[in-house]
Structures are given as structure tokens and as C-alpha cells.
Design a protein around this ligand. Structure first.
Ligand code: NDP
Length: 499
């Protein structure tokens, strides 16, 4: 493990952002700022305005006007697609800058941020195609005189609340699909990682998105986020974050029955059978929990491994952890960066202590790494974990992996399903019967067989059980932002009701 600071990339002064309403940057003026420190370096990098509820009302009104006058919702889809394609080009042109802000605010390795930003450009390209592929249906089986049409119409003004773990990626898994459907947007990023959501406003404006179609209101979850969930003029809310706040969104949405898309927590199993390619599986399991310092809703935090190979496999994963390069997020060689917030750092360390206290065996890690600045935690592995322990049940959101052995396929499935969550799962086996039986029986919205965390915009994201409602991305993801209208057309003359 190493820490090689790349100080030359740190800004000498924090960059001050405005928020974005109706096609214009609005300077903070008398509003206070939230000052963000780089979690890897402890220096101030951005200043973000703390908006008020009045600011939110102005942004929603702008989005409403833009939606109702049809400047975006009623133009041909080919025109929407060309804006999305131009946005993809601009993201690629500005990729280095976007990746840098993402790393500075979030603490993720710069190499990872670069790959994510490149992936985001690809999502915009995919969504451009989806805009043109979106269509309704026709029914000519209603007899000679009645003809039926089903049209898909944009749902209206959509608000987006996004978390701090993948600020740009999660945003870009939603924004292009919402725009492809013809909706307008008011986004609220996490107050600790707002920069790239604001930069996307510049990108979209340059791409030719009409004013009012993408607005960003910055501020805390408890004020702006809560007000969004309660707002009477927002038609749909897409929320990504914790299950507890997701529950509050459901309660608050009853005011105007706004539609909800919810991507919430996960406690995702990685099931390893003795017949797997164990070397490949150990690497995948280490990646599945180490990626983004385990601050990932789909991270594989429960390792469910066949008992006959459990000890050997445990050693293989520990050996992988020992070689992982933890350190300065700005160092291109870093694989695991900083924990994004001090609060999250404390949460993870509290769970590690709980794991020890509840009798789990600490195989490796468990330490706070002291690089002189920022907050870092070593990838951590616990053996002898039982299903009742907090580290087996709760979403820790950190690089902490719990091992639970099994003897039969049925037992593996039962352990995997013993959770309130159902976001994602991985299975590692060369036996197709076992791999597919587990894939069919474990209740999760995303599944990986002999790999993990792979994907692209074609495949939808979302969870079973308390991991959420609805799907993002893919053609299903565009459809989420539409509603269906049934049209009945009489060809000829109705039978009179009153003769
Ligand atoms: P939260 O659910 O608190 O935050 C997610 C988003 O919701 C942020 O933009 C936040 O704003 C906003 N928010 C907070 N409170 C409200 C509210 N009352 N109404 C509307 N919006 C609100 O997650 P945290 O960031 O605090 O992380 C806590 C835990 O959540 C993690 O440990 C992890 O378990 C889970 N999590 C899961 C994620 C996932 O991808 N599924 C992502 C992030 C967290 P702000 O940050 O400005 O307060």
C-alpha cells in the first residue's frame, strides 16, 4: 500500500460554483456556501451555494414552462437525439476536467473517474438511439369500426436526487433517458459532490438543450431534497440513496402522487462454488468489494463460499487485498482511494468494531490507514460470520467483506436471499446447472455470472425488495419516464345510444 500525492492537480483555491436555472448560471449572492474538502487531501476544492426553497420553486417553474410549451417535449425525436449526441462529444472533450472534479470531491481514483466519464459519454449515445426507438402500439383487432392506439408520452417535470458515491455516473444513468423521453429536469446532487452535476449543465447548454430543460438546485437533502419530494408541481422523482431516505420519499410523494423511481441500498451476495475458476473468482470478489472503496450500492459485500474451499479461498482473497494499491486518488496507479466523507469513514469503522465484538474473525485489514491527510480504510475481510451479525445484515458501504460458508446449493440460495435487500448478486461456478439455478432463484435486480460489476446502458438497473422501485437505463429506463395513453378511434358512425 502506498500514498503518492499528486499535489500539482490540487486547485490552489476552491472553485466557486453557481447553481443553474432556466439556462443560466445563478451566482450565490447572499446565500451561504457549502465548502467541500477533498476527502483524499483535506484541502478545500469547491464552494457550492446552499439554495433556498424559493430557488427550488423557480427551477421547477422553469422546468414546467419548458415542458408545457413543447420546446423539448414536442420536437421530433431526431432533434432530441442530436442534442444528446452532441452532449456525448462535449463530455469526451471535457473528460479530463470532469474526472478531476469527480475525484477531488468524491475521493475515487482518477483512473476510475476517467473510465466512468468515458462510459457516461457512451450512455448519452445509447440514449440518443433510445429517443428515436421509443414508440407506442396499435390495435387493429377491435373489429372493423374501432381502431386502437397506445401512445407513450413524456411524464413531465422530473426531479433527480443523486448520492455522493458516483455523482456523475449515476446522474448520467438517468439524465439522458429522461431527456430522451421528452421530460424536463430539476436535479439536486449530494451537497458534498455537486460540481459535476453543475458542469453537466454547461455541457447540455453547449449541446443545444433549450433553456429550462435541465436545472440544478444545490443544497442539503433535509431542505432542498425534502422540498423536492413534497413539491406539488413535480410529476416524478428519481431518487438514488439510502433505503431510509427512500422510505421518506414514498411518504412525502403522496401529496400529488408523483411517480417514484427508487434505487436504494444493497447487501449483495457473491456466491462461489468449489468448481469455479477460483483464481479468477478471488480477483472478481476482491474487485467487487474494493471498487469505489465499497461505497457502491451493488458492491458484493457478502461472500458465500462452498465450505470445502472456504479457507483456501479466504486466503486467496486476502492475498489479493494485500496487493491492492490504496492511496492518493490523484495517483493514476491507485486502485482504492479515500472514503468520501468523515461520517462515512466513522460508520465503516464502527461496523468493523461491531464485527469484532460480535465474534467474527478478522482475516485482514480493519485499520484506518494514516497517510497524514484524508481518510482511508484498508480492504477488510471477516471470516466466521453468521447471518445474525450486523456486518452480515446492514449495508456498510465500505471495503468490508464478510465470509459465510455453505454446503448445498439450497443453502447458498437461502443465505443469499436472507436479506431485506435485492439489488444485485454474483455467482461463480463452471457448472451451468448450479450457476443458472442460483441465478433464477436469488431475488436480485442485477445478476452476474462468473464476473461482477460489468455492464452497459443496454441493461436496466434496479432492485427487488427494499432495494427500490422501477428501472433506470436500457429501453425500460426510457419507458419509466413516459406514461401511456390509450386512444380509441371510431371508423364510421357509432351505434346510437338513444334512438
Ligand atoms: P442519503 O440517502 O442520505 O443521501 C442520498 C441523497 O438524498 C443525497 O442527495 C442527499 O442529499 C439526499 N437526501 C438526504 N436526506 C433527504 C431527504 N430527507 N429528502 C430528500 N433527499 C434527501 O445517503 P447518504 O449519502 O447519507 O448515505 C447513507 C447511506 O446510504 C450509505 O451508508 C449507504 O448505505 C446508502 N447509500 C446508498 C446509495 C446507493 O447508491 N444505493 C448511495 C448513497 C448512499 P445530501 O447528501 O445533500 O444530504
Amino acid at each position: 500500500m502506498d500514498h503518492q500525492p499528486a499535489n500539482f492537480l490540487l486547485p490552489s483555491d476552491p472553485r466557486t460554483f453557481g447553481f443553474f436555472v432556466d439556462g443560466k448560471v445563478v451566482e450565490a449572492g447572499s446565500r451561504p456556501y457549502f465548502e467541500r474538502q477533498s476527502p483524499g487531501h483535506g484541502v478545500a476544492v469547491t464552494r457550492i451555494p446552499k439554495c433556498t426553497k424559493d430557488d427550488l420553486d423557480l427551477a421547477v417553474a422553469a422546468a414546467r414552462r419548458a415542458f408545457e410549451d413543447g420546446r423539448w417535449s414536442r420536437i421530433p425525436s431526431v432533434e432530441r437525439a442530436s442534442v444528446l449526441l452532441r452532449a456525448a462529444q462535449i463530455i469526451r472533450r471535457r473528460a479530463e476536467e470532469i474526472a478531476l472534479w469527480e475525484t477531488l470531491e468524491n475521493g475515487k481514483p482518477i483512473s476510475q473517474a476517467r473510465a466512468e466519464v468515458d462510459g457516461c459519454a457512451g450512455i448519452f449515445e445509447y440514449a440518443a438511439g433510445a429517443a428515436r426507438a421509443l414508440h407506442g402500439d396499435a390495435f387493429n383487432n377491435l373489429g372493423d369500426r374501432l381502431f386502437g392506439l397506445v401512445t407513450r408520452e413524456p411524464i413531465g417535470v422530473v426531479s433527480l436526487i443523486t448520492p455522493w458515491n458516483f455523482p456523475f455516473l449515476i446522474l448520467c444513468e438517468r439524465v439522458p433517458f429522461i431527456l430522451a423521453a421528452g421530460c424536463t429536469i430539476v436535479a439536486k446532487p449530494s451537497e458534498v459532490t455537486s460540481a459535476t452535476t453543475l458542469i453537466l449543465a454547461e455541457v447540455l447548454a453547449e449541446a443545444g438543450l433549450p433553456a429550462g430543460c435541465y436545472n440544478v438546485v444545490t443544497g442539503s437533502g433535509s431542505t432542498i431534497g425534502q422540498a423536492m419530494t413534497e413539491h406539488m408541481d413535480i410529476d416524478m422523482l428519481s431518487f438514488t440513496g439510502s433505503t431510509s431516505v427512500g422510505r421518506r420519499c414514498v411518504q412525502a410523494a403522496t401529496g400529488n402522487f408523483k411517480k417514484l423511481g427508487l434505487e436504494l441500498g444493497g447487501k449483495n451476495p457473491q456466491i462461489v462454488f468449489a468448481d469455479a475458476d477460483l483464481e479468477d473468482a478471488a480477483d472478481g470478489v476482491a474487485f467487487g468489494i474494493g471498487f469505489n472503496t465499497g461505497q457502491c450500492c451493488v458492491s458484493g459485500s457478502r461472500l458465500i463460499v462452498e465450505r470445502s474451499v472456504a479457507r483456501a479461498f479466504e486466503e486467496m482473497v486476502a492475498a489479493k487485498f494485500a496487493k491492492v494499491k490504496v492511496g492518493d486518488p490523484l495517483d493514476p496507479a491507485t486502485q482504492v482511494g479515500a472514503i468520501t466523507t468523515a461520517a462515512q469513514n466513522d460508520t465503516i469503522m464502527t461496523y468493523i468494531e461491531k464485527g469484532k465484538a460480535e465474534g467474527a474473525r478478522l482475516v485482514c485489514g480493519g485499520d484506518q490507514l494514516d497517510f497524514g491527510r484524508g481518510h482511508y480504510i484498508a480492504p477488510t475481510l471477516f471470516g466466521d460470520v453468521t447471518g445474525d451479525m450486523a456486518i452480515a445484515r446492514d449495508e456498510i458501504f465500505g471495503p468490508v467483506l464478510s465470509i459465510m460458508p455453505f454446503d448445498t446449493v439450497e443453502e447458498a440460495i437461502a443465505i443469499a436471499n436472507d436479506t431485506v435487500y435485492g439489488l444485485a448478486a454474483s455467482v461463480w461456478s463452471k457448472n451451468i446447472d448450479k450457476a443458472l439455478t442460483v441465478t433464477r432463484r436469488v431475488r436480485a435486480g442485477r445478476f452476474w455470472v462468473n464476473t461482477t460489476l460489468a455492464g452497459g446502458p443496454e441493461l436496466p438497473l434496479g432492485g427487488f425488495k427494499q432495494s427500490g422501485w422501477g428501472r433506470e437505463a436500457g429501453i425500460y429506463g426510457v419507458e419509466e419516464y413516459t406514461q401511456i395513453k390509450s386512444v380509441h378511434i371510431e371508423l364510421g358512425k357509432r351505434e346510437p345510444w338513444v334512438s
